[in-house]
Design a protein around this ligand. Structure first.
Ligand code: AMP
Length: 205
């Protein structure tokens, strides 16, 4: 588990606890010697996570679409910044570079990004863990809704059960270490792709 993708708000949100958890997340990833992979901007919580990791001596990789370079204020001081064509390339690249995904508080973009990665895990496109950093119960209602999709027969229990959630970044990173991926819906989709992703992970070791 060497590189961790963080999805989070491009705004700060109204509670100071959101900024505090973003800061702690950046620091913790850096102190554990892991690479932070994120959206590459300086706006909102995204900027807080990146700055905190850099200040703690960590490596930070950003992936930003050309069209958002100005809007999300592309970070000038990252270890590496990939400027990609569009949002689809951003999410694919972030997925390739990362060995696990964590959503901090955020809006539609954050939720879309973590849901896409959770969906890809179900389809066997990758076998990596997804987590919600549930600070101050921010994700309580969403987690209840996700459980409802299982109760009503739309999501397999093994996928909702494997979704990690905690109010502690340390706890999530520990759970990542012992994560065992559930059997994908239709088996592993593309073995070559998985080997490639596995290799990308080792490159950041
Ligand atoms: P937000 O949580 O809405 O502040 O957005 C957080 C991150 O999600 C930022 O990196 C946004 O660029 C990204 N984002 C925003 N809208 C979308 C979208 N429709 N699809 C995918 N990502 C998005």
């Amino acid at each position: 588990m060497n590189s961790i993708a963080i999805f989070c708000g491009s705004s700060y949100g109204v509670d100071s606890s959101f900024t505090e958890i973003a800061r702690l997340t950046g620091q913790t990833i850096a102190k554990q010697g892991k690479v932070l992979v994120y959206g590459g901007g300086r706006s909102g919580l995204m900027g807080v996570v990146a700055d905190s990791a850099l200040e703690a001596g960590g490596q930070v990789i950003g992936v930003i679409p050309q069209g958002l370079v100005d809007r999300e204020l592309a970070h000038p001081d990252l270890t590496e910044l990939y400027i990609v064509k569009n949002m689809h390339e951003r999410k694919t690249k972030m997925s390739e570079l990362s060995s696990g995904f964590i959503a901090l508080p955020g809006g539609a973009g954050t939720i879309e990004e973590i849901f896409e990665q959770w969906t890809w895990a179900q389809l066997g496109i990758h076998l990596k863990p997804c987590a919600f950093l549930n600070v101050d119960g921010f994700y309580d209602d969403l987690l209840k809704f996700i459980q409802l999709t299982t109760d009503k027969g739309f999501s397999k229990a093994r996928f909702t059960d494997q979704l990690i959630h905690s109010d502690s970044i340390d706890d999530i990173l520990k759970q990542f270490e012992r994560y065992r991926a559930p059997e994908p819906k239709w088996g592993v989709q593309d073995r070559e792709e998985l080997v490639r992703l596995d290799q990308a992970d080792k490159n950041f070791g």
